[in-house]
Ligand binder design. Sequence first.
Ligand code: ADP
Ligand code: ADP
Length: 224
Amino acid sequence: MELRISKLSKTYGNGVVALDNISLTIPTGMFGLLGPNGAGKSTLMRTLATLQECDSGAVFFGELDVLDEKDEIRRLLGYLPQDFGVYPKVTAYEMLDHFAVLKGLSQRTRRREVVDGLLQQTNLFEVRHQRLGGFSGGMRQRFGIAQALLGDPRLIIVDEPTAGLDPQERVRFHNLLSDIGEDKTVILSTHIVSDVADLCANMAIINKGHVLLCGKTQQLIDAV
Ligand code: ADP
Ligand code: ADP
């Protein structure tokens, strides 16, 4: 489903203009939001994830008013924040199982199926009974995706997911994201060009709260 962002603005209390009248149309599939540190990516991601208020503007996911119908959008949303933290003493299986209950998956056998499926999809099934505190950065990020995928979301937002990953883990993470499915709307926020070049059919470049370029990744890359 298409996500339409229209004239979104946000100025923080300290006077920093993080989003300056941003308009963007994000089609179904993988969309890359590329920009340097401080560009406004996280502010935009948090706003789309309904975790932060903006000053003005509108966002629609299909017919759904994202800024207004927060409960509805949260049901359709999977979000992996930039500063994703884990409970160190809980195992991967326990944590996902817990979130599955919160998502309303009350039936035990069904829940087990879903949780095992996600652990397999993110290549964490072998380590499912290990505590999250012992996970490497790459394992944590893959766990974050498993958590974000609970409840079969239609809109998935991942904020700087590959920052700090070594090249091997980055490849593994890329493979995971590209498998998530073309029928979902996935927004990948990153400052790493190859994240977008490898994964996203469409992209935008933002800086200082402005959209500099938006379009098909191949065309934008060919033009440079
Ligand atoms: P990015 O994710 O692209 O690095 P951010 O959205 O985090 O960009 O930040 C955009 C701008 O807003 C930066 O100048 C940043 O310092 C500022 N900023 C972000 N969060 C806050 C906040 N809570 N209070 C004040 N300024 C903020
Ligand atoms: P590195 O720390 O060198 O980046 P990782 O910790 O990311 O390597 O591990 C690479 C792979 O090995 C991961 O996909 C993970 O599933 C597996 N792995 C890592 N640590 C363990 C562990 N303690 N037990 C079982 N498998 C592990």
